[in-house]
Design a protein around this ligand. Structure first.
Ligand SMILES: [Fe+2]
Length: 156
């Protein structure tokens, strides 16, 4: 999971890093699988942003969006399975937010096939950074808190 982004994007991004999406300990959910997947997305966004800075944003945008499609399939399925199995009360709402992101990524993909401009790259980068940080901080944190509580209750 971590590899798909790093492999695709690191060659462009490594020397020109601007960490637009900075990973912080407050984003850690305590579930290694989920945390690793989230960090992969941070990496993809940072790589895209770095590529923009060296004038290669448009070139990388298509690959980033393709990676995101894989990411959303794998990662969202992981989260959704966790929620479903544990009867998480916010399951449907959370799942709907995942669906919205998938649709937005599809929409960006269609847009860049018609016209791939630096403005679209900037829009995508900002949108994803904002989505990622808010989704992890708000939705995923709530989900993880619930799952932890449930696990602790089972252990008692
Ligand atoms: Fe989520």
């Amino acid at each position: 999971m971590i590899l798909f982004c790093r492999h695709d994007l690191s060659s462009v991004a490594s020397d020109h890093k601007l960490e637009i999406a900075q990973w912080r300990t407050e984003y850690e959910t305590g579930y290694i699988l989920i945390d690793n997947q989230h960090q992969s997305l941070f990496h993809a966004i940072n790589a895209l942003n770095s590529a923009m800075l060296i004038g290669r944003g448009e070139e990388l945008l298509e690959r980033t969006l393709e990676s995101l499609k894989i990411y959303t399939t794998i990662h969202f399925e992981t989260e959704e399975e966790f929620m479903f199995k544990n009867n998480y009360p916010g399951y449907l709402e959370h799942k709907a937010k995942h669906k919205l992101l998938r649709q937005q990524v599809e929409e960006f993909s269609k847009q860049i096939k018609i016209q791939n401009t630096s403005q679209i790259t900037i829009n995508v980068s900002h949108f994803l950074t904002d989505w990622l940080i808010h989704h992890i901080k708000d939705e995923d944190k709530k989900m993880i808190a619930f799952l932890r509580q449930k696990r602790e209750q089972k252990q008692k």
